[in-house]
Write a protein that binds this ligand. Sequence first.
Ligand SMILES: NC(=O)c1ccc[n+]([C@@H]2O[C@H](COP(=O)([O-])OP(=O)(O)OC[C@H]3O[C@@H](n4cnc5c(N)ncnc54)[C@H](O)[C@@H]3O)[C@@H](O)[C@H]2O)c1
Length: 330
Amino acid sequence: MTKRTVVVFGGGGYVGAVLTPMLLAEGYTVRVFDTFWYGKAVFTGEALNPNLELIAGDIRDLEAVTSALKGATDVIHLACISNDPSFDLDPALGKSINLDSFAPLVKIAKQSGVHRFIYASSSSVYGVKVEEKVTEELSLEPLTDYSRFKANCEEIILAAHTSDFRCTVLRPATVCGVSSRQRFDLSVNILTNHAVNLKKITVFGGSQFRPNLHIQDMARAYLHVLAQDKKIDGAIFNVGGENLSLDQIALKVQKQIDLNLEIHHSDTDDLRSYRVDSSKILDELGFKPIYSVDQAIADLQKAFVKDNYNNSLENSMYFNIKRMKELSLA
Ligand SMILES: NC(=O)c1ccc[n+]([C@@H]2O[C@H](COP(=O)([O-])OP(=O)(O)OC[C@H]3O[C@@H](n4cnc5c(N)ncnc54)[C@H](O)[C@@H]3O)[C@@H](O)[C@H]2O)c1
């Protein structure tokens, strides 16, 4: 196999920090292109790997993007203002990063001779669905600009697909578990952090179903798709593990952390409830998650016991919205 060079835009984030060492271990040369809002320290051992290059840059800077893509064979695009609240801090900034920068970046990737482009969309593009099985066939009803722009970018990348520039969209569930760029603003991680450090679990709503995916499985999915041939051409795949209600997640956290913890309920306006069906990626590509939400909670618990986090309830490095405010990005 010819040596492949993967540019991971946004590779310094929660998912990228787990994915990058796995790409290196598989023999890929990796260029992580990121603004590094969460620092470069997320890569410690890997930073010494001669096959890893860390490029500090902004995806809106087309010269920097052009230079990063020279000689690259593959792109994984993760760079994003990556949740609704941080997007809403400054919608103009969010749009410039999450949508406006995308078509020019895709054009440069194509001109640079990249063969394969994987775009990180989100299962939130479906909005609220009554169907038991939310498959890739269903219409998109994004409820927020964050999700709407994900859907717009899907259209842009799929329109650019050719047999020389193979494009694939993944729609991941909400990710959970440990990363060297930890996020504590995602449902399983929030509840586990609160259970360990506040000794209580507060659930907003409770009956709403959400799809979840262990972070190791998220990274495995990118590797799996990267290793495929024609089957991924111009295709969209949901990637989810367990669909669980927030109450079910709370019970899992209670069981793992401490059965004596009380579960409190609070009202919420966010009654989005949906279950994502991931049988297409299994049937067509043979990809199956092998980790569980229980495992993610156990991994987080171990990391807390090892004292891996510094003030996990407050530290802005773990909360996208806080970090953006701190950097005066919005
Ligand atoms: N984490 C999840 O639960 C989840 C679920 C579905 C989809 N996704 C998608 O997966 C991708 C990765 O998510 P994550 O959890 O790792 O997010 P993250 O916020 O931890 O990482 C995003 C990275 O992008 C970088 N970035 C932001 N703007 C940039 C810019 N203008 N130029 C260069 N780099 C920039 C940030 O510094 C950060 O390192 C995102 O696109 C997200 O929308 C994530």
